[in-house]
Design a protein. Structure first.
Length: 137
């Protein structure tokens, strides 16, 4: 199962309720919802760290541009870090729970977890097999 455009649209709507923790004077280069969506997509596909959020954004940029504004392109890892360190976690959790409270969304999230877990097990098996072959050679 892949992340679908409609899933992202629903996530965007739910995340619009999160208050922007950044200063409101001056120019904000990136939309808060764009940063949150890309960061959460990275976490969903087992990304670890803010550098991987940036990497995923760059790798999937053309796909993200279908439904995110991205007025100044993909945020860098420092931008992801600053936003996720400052965003109100209770408010973010409340918005995500609202998004996940929808039955079809809960089903999709469960399918994502199962599929990602299966892929992770397959990669681990392949790594063990590759490692075992190297040792035996």
């Amino acid at each position: 199962m892949e992340i679908q455009e409609e899933d992202i649209q629903e996530m965007r709507e739910a995340l619009s309720g999160v208050s922007d923790p950044r200063r409101q004077w001056g120019a904000l280069r990136h939309k808060l919802v764009d940063i949150l969506v890309m960061g959460l997509c990275s976490i969903t596909v087992r990304g670890e760290g803010f550098d991987e959020m940036e990497d995923l954004g760059k790798a999937w940029e053309s796909w993200f541009r279908k439904f995110l504004e991205l007025p100044h392109g993909i945020p860098d890892e420092d931008t992801f870090r600053r936003v996720f360190e400052r965003v109100n976690p209770a408010q973010l959790m409340e918005c995500l729970q609202l998004w996940l409270s929808d039955e079809p969304c809960r089903r999709k999230a469960s399918e994502y977890r199962r599929e990602n877990h299966s892929r992770q097990r397959e990669r681990q098996r392949a790594e063990r097999n590759t490692h075992g072959q190297r040792v035996g050679q």
